[in-house]
Ligand binder design. Structure first.
Ligand SMILES: [Zn+2]
Length: 210
C-alpha cells in the first residue's frame, strides 16, 4: 500500500520534473506584430525551404534605426520581409510565414532555382553600412532561425549577397561564420559556394551558346 503510494508520488514528481524541463528548454520568442498589407502576397500553400538574412536602415530622414520609419520606407518601395530585428533584439513580424513577402528580388538559389520569395522567409537586421549587427540582434536572429528550422525542412540559410551577388551586399558587417556556428550549420554555405561556381559555369556556357 505504502510502496504503491511512494511509487505514485515518485512518478508524479518525475512527470513534473520532465514537464518543467521540457517547458524551460523551449525557446520562447517574443514577437511584436507589425503586419503590413503591401510588399506581400497571400498564399494558401507554399513550400518553405530557405531563410534569407538581410540588413536595412531608414534612409528617408530621421532615426535610421526606427522600425516605423523602416516600415514606411518599405511601403514606399512596395517591399517587405517576414521579420525585422531591431537593434535591441526586438523581433517584429510584418508578414505571416505562410504568405510571400517581397524581399529577395532578382536572385538565384544554389540549386539554380529562381523565385526565391516563393520558398523563403526573409529576415532583416536593422543596421547601417558603417555599423555591425548588435549581439542582441544576433541572439534574436539565432533563436528565430532555430525556431523556423524546427518547423520546416530548411535547405538553405543564406545572405542576400549570396543569392544576388554583384547586386546586393547585405547583411553588412556581419560575422557570418560565427552565426553559422551558432545555428549549427556547417554545410549550406560551403555547398552554396560549390554550387554557385557550378551555376556560374552553366550560365557562361549558356551565354556562349546563345
Ligand atoms: Zn537585402
Amino acid at each position: 500500500m505504502n510502496l504503491n503510494r511512494n511509487i505514485r508520488i515518485a512518478i508524479i514528481s518525475l512527470l513534473f520534473v520532465l514537464n518543467f524541463s521540457a517547458a524551460s528548454s523551449q525557446t520562447k520568442l517574443n514577437i511584436i506584430d507589425k503586419t503590413v498589407s503591401f510588399g506581400m502576397r497571400s498564399t494558401p500553400l507554399r513550400n518553405i525551404n530557405t531563410i534569407i538574412v538581410h540588413s536595412v536602415y531608414n534612409a528617408m530622414g530621421g532615426d535610421i534605426y526606427d522600425i516605423n520609419l523602416i516600415i514606411k520606407q518599405f511601403s514606399r518601395y512596395r517591399v517587405s520581409s517576414h521579420y525585422v530585428i531591431g537593434r535591441e533584439g526586438n523581433i517584429y513580424q510584418l508578414v505571416q510565414e505562410k504568405n510571400i513577402s517581397f524581399h529577395a528580388g532578382q536572385s538565384n538559389l544554389p540549386d539554380g532555382s529562381q523565385g526565391v520569395n516563393l520558398c523563403s522567409i526573409g529576415i532583416e537586421l536593422v543596421d547601417s553600412i558603417g555599423t555591425s549587427p548588435t549581439e542582441l540582434q544576433i541572439q534574436s536572429l539565432t533563436a528565430l532561425v532555430k525556431d523556423i528550422q524546427s518547423r520546416y525542412t530548411i535547405k538553405y540559410v543564406l545572405r542576400h549577397s549570396d543569392i544576388a551577388p554583384g547586386r546586393k551586399t547585405d547583411p553588412w558587417n556581419m560575422d557570418w561564420p560565427d552565426f553559422m556556428n551558432r545555428i549549427g550549420d556547417k554545410g549550406s554555405f560551403i555547398n552554396f559556394k560549390k554550387d554557385s561556381m557550378f551555376n556560374l559555369k552553366i550560365d557562361t556556357l549558356f551565354k556562349l551558346v546563345h
